[in-house]
Write a protein that binds this ligand. Structure first.
Ligand code: AMP
Length: 397
């Protein structure tokens, strides 16, 4: 069985064709600059050379058509026809209050994705376009929606309700949802298996530290709390997002700079985080680390603040669960940056966390990185959102 996984952003589309017999990737690729001049498709068939196809992609529909052509191309394709594809799994950002479990797309699912455009203004419209483009390109094939907010929907009310007038929850569904759900679910599940923990009761904290970053707490794979909120802006300091700030900062900047709320929110989303804190050096953590090594004070403060906030969330979530059995690091920084992992764990001595420096000297591999006498298992668990979406899709069809 082959499953095509589609992840549409506002101007991009990532895909993977996965053979579910052995969960291997048959081909993967990326469409960039959809709707913008200079669009291109980078297609990587397993065992063959990568190809870059430059062609106008005015819409996600044309992008999907190009992906279908690439997959079936006699030279660099990997399938003879789309008949070989059993189903398509889509990452969908926001299912609102309605959906948490993955589901086969029908008219009602599409209506909910549309109704959540306000909650995910950049992603939900693109996700819907991706689904409709697949329906047009492969009529009759099941499309499955896997919600990025799905995992966080298990949070109890005390964790998801904001302390604002209740009418806004009733009228507009304003609550904390959490994001990176596919990754948190996958990584916490793998951590339980790999760490030999009790699948029903294990208390696991997952630190998804990439350009977007979030922490989750779960007991037996069920989310107890997670750091992102109504939108992915809440929580940790990220590449370009501020994470938690006093909401009065918005009013203050707006008044001082003569900007409206949307403009200030744009600054908090796109010009803040380590990029903003470092005085504009970069949103890429490698650049920030290099600048710190060269003695740049702002870069040092940005990194210290990033690490400090992750450590604070781990402390808070340990309290929320009255303990923690395992802490798992994942995503770009979490999988590749041993210095950040060690610095975060140095705050956790009170929990009996001890890192094994030799074991921690690793990138992108599943591994226990804590010492044998550490009271909490610390692990590196590479995330694989595409595989998680493919597994959910297979389970549903
Ligand atoms: P992601 O969003 O998960 O793709 O993660 C992207 C982030 O991971 C970028 O900010 C990268 O700089 C960061 N990253 C990748 N490799 C390293 C590394 N070796 N050290 C620090 N950060 C890294």
């Amino acid at each position: 069985m082959k499953i095509l996984v589609i992840n549409c952003g506002s101007s991009s589309l990532k895909y993977q064709l996965i053979n579910m017999e052995d969960e291997s990737v048959i081909a993967k690729g990326l469409c960039e600059r959809i709707g913008i001049e200079g669009s291109k498709l980078t297609h990587e068939p397993a065992g063959k050379d990568k190809v870059v196809i430059e062609n106008a992609m005015p819409t996600h529909k044309t992008a999907i058509q190009m992906v279908m052509d690439a997959l079936q191309n006699p030279e660099y394709g990997v399938i003879a026809s789309t008949d070989e594809i059993s189903a398509i799994g889509h990452r969908v950002l926001h299912g609102g209050k309605v959906y948490s479990d993955s589901i086969v797309v029908d008219e009602d699912v599409k209506r909910v994705i549309r109704e959540c455009f306000d909650l995910g203004p950049l992603h939900n419209p693109a996700n819907l376009m991706g689904i409709e483009a697949c329906e047009a390109a492969m009529p009759g094939k099941p499309n499955v929606a896997v919600w990025d907010t799905g995992f966080g929907m298990a949070m109890p009310e005390k964790a998801y309700m904001y302390a604002i007038p209740h009418e806004y929850y009733e009228k507009y569904s304003i609550r904390r949802y959490g994001f990176h759900g596919t990754s948190h679910k996958f990584v916490s599940g793998e951590a339980i298996k790999f760490g030999g923990l009790d699948p029903k009761n294990a208390k696991v904290i997952v630190c998804h530290l990439g350009n977007g970053a979030s922490v989750s707490a779960s007991i037996g794979g069920k989310c107890v709390d997670t750091s992102m909120g109504l939108t992915p802006l809440e929580g940790l300091i990220m590449g370009t997002r501020s994470g938690d700030v006093d909401p009065a900062v918005v009013q203050f900047i707006a008044n001082k700079e003569g900007k409206d709320v949307n403009e200030v929110l744009n600054i908090l989303n796109k010009k803040s985080g380590v990029l903003g804190m470092s005085g504009g050096i970069s949103s890429d953590f490698r650049d920030i680390e290099n600048a710190k090594k060269e003695g740049n004070h702002l870069a040092e403060v940005a990194l210290d603040a990033f690490i400090y906030r992750v450590a604070k969330y781990i402390g808070a979530y340990t309290a929320a669960m009255n303990g923690v059995d395992a802490i798992a690091f994942t995503a770009g920084v979490g999988e590749n940056d041993k210095a950040s992992r060690k610095a975060i764990c140095e705050y956790l001595g009170y929990l009996g966390v001890k890192i094994d420096d030799e074991a921690n000297d690793v990138r992108g591999k599943m591994r226990v990185i804590s010492a044998a006498d550490s009271k909490v298992k610390v692990m590196l668990i590479p995330t694989n959102e595409e595989l998680a979406i493919a597994r959910e899709t297979k389970a549903l069809i």
